[in-house]
Design a binder for this molecule. Structure first.
Ligand code: ADP
Length: 541
């Protein structure tokens, strides 16, 4: 028997309508450095319609790709809403990638238009000559776009382009399975790969973000979206905000701890999302300078493993609850969220909270061992996590990448265990786990212990070649000003916490751990520095 239910496409234009009509007075605040720019969702809706008309005028009449080269701000939000709603495909370019990567991605995606923040015009001007598919560049913020001019490319000013347009747009009927947005993985190995989200997958994912199981967005919330709009769609926060009526606070290019604390004090957001390195910076800033972050009821942190000491420090010193989440570009990105079951004592609750969290009903997970065997969800067996679900990609754009899929499941490259009640405990990324003799050492576990030492600001552990063991851990550590600990003391500190055979013999005190384009520890760069003999390594046996 077929159901009797209606079928209405899950279109982004419905999110746009919901937010701009029923949550007309919710706001998006964009930080400008010395102040803010505030627009209501009604205004964002009207400007999205104007943007869609303007894009039509530039020849966007089907599924052309409209790229953004932008920070988090109201204009970027307008592109998020207008481009998919008009039936085109939004492509969020990562502004921090190397120029060759950006041009490769833009050409692979066949971007037709690029919307660029005024502040990023100098960066784009160096890449644009290698973006042969681009016909139009739209510059925001009233900046001069003259340097972008070249044969075959027209340059427009965002506000001028919008000003002449009507504030209503008749959004077309779309197929919910059509692509709405495109995001490339940052390509730590090989070329970046394109993930095309559908209207349907974004819709369902937005509903998940709004659930209490995930971020619990409501109309009284104000969400500080620090995670870039080019990093896995800002974890879906903008769409979920338009769905639920939660207001948004956008930091634009002001991502350092000092302006972030000022933003929190002034705008009083209730929720926030960012990678662990941002929160670690914020914690150091607050410890040194003070600040009021009491408006935040919780913050969601993911993208890499959150050190338990960071979670403890925020809770003990600032009463702030960090919620740990796992996800990837390929999973839209949610992913699991660590919300413990009720009725637990403090210690057991903590064990749940430091895990990567529970997989939701729409994302199934399984663990696969080295021989391809499916392992038990017993909290003990360790294997590669594979996932499938309604907002998990089933292939890559123009790239079937068979090595990334296993019988319809996405191979995540993450290694860990699953408990019978669905909680994920990641040991490491498969490529970062240190293979010493026949045994595996988790780089993340060593880092977490090291970062619990009071003298340590950051610590990153990578596997380096070793004649005897194949690979051994190298610990790179950033020390606090005035720290007294040295590698020998740190090794002794670790010795009380991990098995002896896991203790690193190689140590380097460094100025800063290199970061990837989305703010994660860049272990590839560390391994390369070690191989090139650039690190001052102390050997301890
Ligand atoms: P990139 O691979 O360039 O970092 P993504 O943002 O898509 O791009 O990264 C997804 C990966 O980030 C996951 O496969 C996992 O390795 C890591 N990750 C994300 N969240 C967590 C977490 N909470 N704990 C540990 N690793 C995480």
């Amino acid at each position: 028997m077929k159901s009797t239910m209606q079928h209405v496409p899950l279109a982004i234009s419905r999110l746009l309508n919901q937010g701009s009509r029923f949550h007309a007075t919710s706001t998006v605040v964009t930080w400008t450095g010395d102040g803010t720019r505030t627009l209501t969702y009604a205004q964002v809706g009207a400007r999205s319609a104007q943007l869609a008309h303007a894009l039509r005028g530039l020849g966007v009449d089907a599924d052309q790709r409209v790229a953004t080269f932008m920070f988090n701000n109201n204009e970027h939000l307008e592109a998020y809403l207008a481009v998919p709603s008009m039936g085109a495909v939004l492509h969020t370019l990562n502004i921090r990638l190397f120029p060759e990567q950006v041009s490769y991605i833009a050409t692979h995606a066949e971007d037709h238009v690029v919307i660029v923040d005024g502040a990023l015009v100098p960066v784009l001007s160096k890449i644009l000559p290698d973006m042969p598919t681009v016909r139009h560049v739209i510059v925001t913020g009233g900046a001069d776009g003259t340097v972008l001019k070249r044969p075959g490319v027209e340059v427009h000013a965002y506000e001028e382009l919008l000003a002449a347009q009507p504030t209503e747009f008749k959004w077309p009927e779309i197929d919910e399975d059509d692509a709405a947005a495109l995001c490339y993985t940052s390509g730590t190995t090989g070329n970046p790969k394109g993930v095309a989200y559908s209207h349907r997958s974004i819709w369902l994912h937005s509903m998940q973000v709004c659930t209490a199981e995930a971020f619990g967005f409501g109309p009284a919330d104000k969400v500080l979206a620090v995670v870039p709009q080019f990093h896995a769609m800002s974890w879906g926060l903008p769409y979920a905000a338009f769905m639920s009526g939660a207001s948004l606070v956008m930091p634009d290019r002001f991502l350092q701890a000092e302006p972030l604390v000022r933003m929190i004090e002034q705008e009083r957001p209730t929720l926030a999302g960012a990678v662990p390195t941002i929160w670690a910076d914020l914690l150091r800033y607050l410890d040194d300078h003070g600040g009021d972050i009491s408006s935040l009821r919780e913050v969601v942190v993911g993208g890499s493993a959150v050190p338990p000491t960071l979670m403890r420090a925020f809770l003990d010193r600032y009463g702030l609850r960090i919620v740990h989440a796992w996800g990837m570009t390929e999973t839209s990105p949610l992913g699991s969220v660590a919300r413990p079951p009720g009725g637990l004592d403090e210690q057991s609750e903590w064990e749940y909270r430091i895990s990567q969290g529970r997989l939701p009903a729409s994302v199934e997970g399984r663990l696969v061992g080295p021989g391809g065997e499916v392992l038990a969800h017993d909290g003990v067996s360790v294997g590669e996590l594979e996932v499938r679900g309604n907002w998990v990609t089933g292939s890559y754009l123009h790239d079937p990448a068979p090595e990334k899929f296993d019988d319809g499941w996405l191979r995540t490259g993450d290694v860990g265990s699953l408990t019978p009640d669905g909680f994920l405990h990641l040991t490491d990324r498969a490529k970062d786990v240190i293979k010493s003799g026949g045994e595996w050492i988790s780089s993340v576990e060593l880092e977490n212990h090291l970062m619990a030492h009071p003298d340590v600001v950051e610590a990153s552990v990578v596997g380096v070649p070793d004649d005897h063991w194949g690979e051994r851990p190298l610990a790179t550590v950033v020390l606090r000003d005035g720290a007294t600990a040295d590698p020998a003391a740190l090794r002794e500190f670790l010795a009380a916490r991990v098995a002896r055979w896991q203790l690193p013999e190689r140590w380097a005190i460094i100025e800063e751990v290199p970061k990837t384009s989305v703010g994660k520890f860049d272990k590839k760069a560390l391994r390369a520095s070690y191989a090139a003999g650039e690190l001052d390594v102390t050997s301890l046996a």
